[in-house]
Design a protein around this ligand. Structure first.
Ligand SMILES: Cc1ncc(C[n+]2csc(CCOP(=O)(O)OP(=O)(O)O)c2C)c(N)n1
Ligand SMILES: [Mg+2]
Length: 371
């Protein structure tokens, strides 16, 4: 069996596409790939886990819907990139890892990763408003969320910038164990980045080092088909990113990124390998963003048929249907979660609006570590 076959084989256990939409031909090659992830046994989940995953995705969605509202009302400045549609990736990976133990590295599309890591909604919303109570003390804004407490190594405006940082965290984990003799050191790092980012140098350099040193890292590619207005299929020599890992002798999987249980199951396999010292994994999650590249993007380039195809695969609706069908949750329980989330989002906006601005005389504070 070749490594590529092995990856394909692993992917076969990672969950079938949640629907087969009629519009898939018009929706193009990315949609075809999702539909060709052949049928698999649906992943199992307990009622508690299922509802925890549902809540996390719902928080991400409602939080960001509120961000859009606040942005258009002029409460937020600069570029704001939303994650609507991709929630199954953040929740599926991060909730399979150990909070405040494992490490996470994001991009400019970082709000939902921060929430999944456990950064309080109040701190994330305050940061977006540039307030002192923000997780980066109001100095970072939307693209630079950071939390030492929650092991969030940052959002980064430059694409690919976070990958070497994540690699450093994975190296530290291994170095503590192998060189400093701390046998308990087994933390794993997840690095999130997009399809377009897989065409730049850091990606390949980091894959090489991670594989060479068998670092405990998961490269999570959020393949949403677009890099701003560039179609993935026009920009890369082989659109199947998961195959690129095999050139480095690395395990990889192609995952249904609209199915949180599939992402979770693939992540669990990767985490197990990483903690056992077996090295890195590349997970290519096939997903889609429901909104434009940023809130400044009128989203006029993408075909309607394509958007319709992916809208039918909404990961939150997909999980709700699975939970109800398998009698793991009742409609009332899901509704109660939604209400709880809405209350949390309303609270964080109120908190952020009332929070103080950083003091102008403290403009340069927090530049140095001792602050
Ligand atoms: C080094 C660098 N070059 C160019 C850009 C401009 N840029 C911002 S987002 C983006 C596209 C990235 O697409 P992808 O990696 O697919 O992530 P997505 O936005 O789809 O999540 C580019 C080229 C940048 N931020 N950094
Ligand atoms: Mg992309």
């Amino acid at each position: 069996m070749t490594k590529a076959d092995m990856g394909r084989d692993l992917a076969a256990t990672s969950g079938a596409p949640a629907c087969s939409a009629d519009s898939h031909q018009a929706a193009g090659a990315h949609a075809e790939r999702l539909l060709n992830l052949y049928p698999a046994t649906p992943a199992q989940v307990s009622p508690e886990e299922g509802m925890m995953l549902y809540r996390d995705m719902m928080l991400g969605r409602r939080f960001e819907d509120k961000c859009a509202e606040m942005y258009y009302r002029g409460k937020m400045f600069g570029f704001v990139h939303l994650y609507n549609g991709q929630e199954a990736v953040s929740t599926g990976v991060i909730k399979a890892m150990k909070p405040q133990y494992d490490w996470f590295c994001s991009t400019y599309r970082d709000h939902v990763h921060a929430l999944s890591c456990g950064v309080p909604a109040r701190e994330v919303m305050s940061e977006l408003f540039g307030k002192e109570t923000g997780c980066s003390k109001g100095r970072g804004g939307s693209m630079h969320l950071f939390s030492k407490e929650h092991h969030l190594l940052g959002g980064y405006a430059f694409i690919g910038e976070g990958i070497p940082v994540a690699l450093g965290a994975a190296f530290t984990s291994r170095y503590k164990r192998d060189a400093l003799g701390d046998s308990s050191s087994d933390s794993v790092t997840a690095a999130f980045f997009g399809d377009g980012t897989c065409n730049i140098g850091q990606f390949y350099e980091c894959l090489n080092m991670a594989s060479l040193w068998k670092l405990p890292i998961i490269f999570v590619v959020e393949n949403n088909k677009w890099a701003i207005g560039m179609d993935h299929n026009r920009a890369t020599s082989d659109p199947e990113i998961w195959r690129k890992a095999t050139g480095f002798g690395m395990a990889s999987e192609e995952v249904n990124g609209m199915d949180v249980l599939a992402v979770r199951a693939a992540s669990q396999r990767a985490i197990e390998r990483a903690r056992a010292g077996e090295g890195p994994t590349l997970l290519e999650c096939l997903t889609y963003r429901f909104r434009g590249h940023s809130l400044a993007d009128p989203d006029e380039l993408r075909a309607e048929a394509e958007k319709e195809f992916w809208a039918k695969l909404d990961p939150i609706k997909g999980l709700a249907a699975q939970l109800l069908e398998q009698k793991l949750a009742t409609a009332e329980q899901l509704q109660a979660i939604e209400q709880e989330v809405d209350a949390e989002v309303a609270d964080c906006v109120e908190f952020a609006l009332a929070a103080p601005e950083p003091k102008p005389e403290e403009l340069t504070r927090y530049i140095w570590a001792e602050d």
